[in-house]
Unconditional design. Sequence first.
Length: 95
Amino acid sequence: MGTIATRVARGAALLDERRPGWAGEIGRRIDLWDCDECVLGQLYEDFATGVATLDIVEDIAEFGFYCAWKDRARAAAAWTAEIRRRPTEALACPT
């Protein structure tokens, strides 16, 4: 398993391919341990729907959509960094 940043970059690339403009839809804080506040929850109504819609059959942690409890803050920071790399006009809330 790669670093948190590597896994998040993999997940962001998947979203870029399957849901262009996704970063602009993330408007709340990111918490991978909250099914409504996680990246997939914000994009697909809930975590499970996001996993099913993206048809992720590999380990979901490999895409940065899940992490250990102790890594929550680092994962949120990695997702925020990925969002900030997107064009600013596409962002709903670049906090």
